[in-house]
Design a protein around this ligand. Structure first.
Ligand SMILES: [Zn+2]
Length: 262
């Protein structure tokens, strides 16, 4: 069996590391994956957003370490902000303000240990850490970046994905097939039709509102997953991992000084 410590010479996965590992390491960047617990159609698991955020973080951290980054991956948060999905059984939601409190405490701990940069790697569209970053500006010595991981590859997705959707769609299902095929049940996949609001102006993207997901969709899917494939998922993941690893490596090198990153 390969010894990760000999292999990579650093403890990048905190949950799998010992105190000995951590004492021998120096961390410049922490990566915090955040997911959600909610249905993803009849064919994908409730943990979809958690599993994908965690897997992308793992792959990106491992690659960044190979590139020489001093990075540590923190345990992933399995919950997200999704009160608008509570109409489906067993959606478990944390308010964004609760999530922010958790992240705030994690930032405090990182600062205590001298880790001055944090990448929040978000896997759920309903989570938004932008106001938190603004609130923490000037209040913490930790520089925070939020990355919605699927947005790192919008260009690649638009070429590879034939029928774009929003939820449990061809994109998300392809990612599931690439990462955890044993949890994907294509025989149960549906076309993911959505209803349009009777207030027609609400179809404009500039009119933002919270969609009651169980009235928008029948079984939570938004977009047709039937053309999903493992290969599509792998291609998208490869590019996302490459770009996020590059970000981590670039963040790892410079010191955080006043006015960072300028
Ligand atoms: Zn999702």
């Amino acid at each position: 069996m390969l010894d990760k410590r000999i292999n990579l010479m650093v403890a990048w996965n905190l949950q799998e590391s010992t105190l000995k590992d951590v004492k021998e390491s120096r961390f410049e960047v922490a990566v915090l994956p955040v997911g959600s617990t909610e249905p993803h159609g009849l064919h994908l698991p409730y943990g979809m957003d958690y599993y994908q955020a965690k897997a992308v973080a793992e792959k990106a951290c491992e690659k960044a370490v190979e590139m020489g980054a001093k990075v540590v991956m923190l345990p992933a948060i399995p919950y997200g902000s999704n009160r608008n999905s509570l109409g489906f059984p067993m959606t478990i939601s944390l308010d964004q303000s609760t999530l922010n409190m958790v992240v705030r405490d994690i930032v405090d701990s990182l600062e205590h240990h001298g880790v001055r940069k944090l990448v929040i790697l978000n896997g759920h569209g309903g989570n938004d850490f932008t106001p938190l970053m603004r609130d923490l500006y000037g209040r913490t010595g930790v520089f925070i970046v939020t990355v919605d991981w699927w947005k790192t590859v919008e260009d690649v997705r638009s070429i590879i994905i034939e029928e774009p959707g929003e939820h449990a769609d061809e994109f998300e299902t392809s990612i599931g097939l690439a990462l955890f095929p044993h949890l994907v049940h294509m025989e149960d996949a549906e076309e993911g039709f959505v209803n349009t609001p009777k207030v027609k102006s609400l179809t404009y993207p500039w009119a933002r509102f919270t969609r009651p997901w169980n009235f928008l969709t029948m079984n939570s899917g938004f977009g047709n997953p039937l053309k999903s494939s493992k290969e599509k998922g792998e291609k998208i993941l490869e590019k996302a991992v490459e770009r996020i690893a590059h970000l981590i490596k670039e963040l790892s090198d410079p010191e955080v000084s006043e006015g960072f990153p300028y």
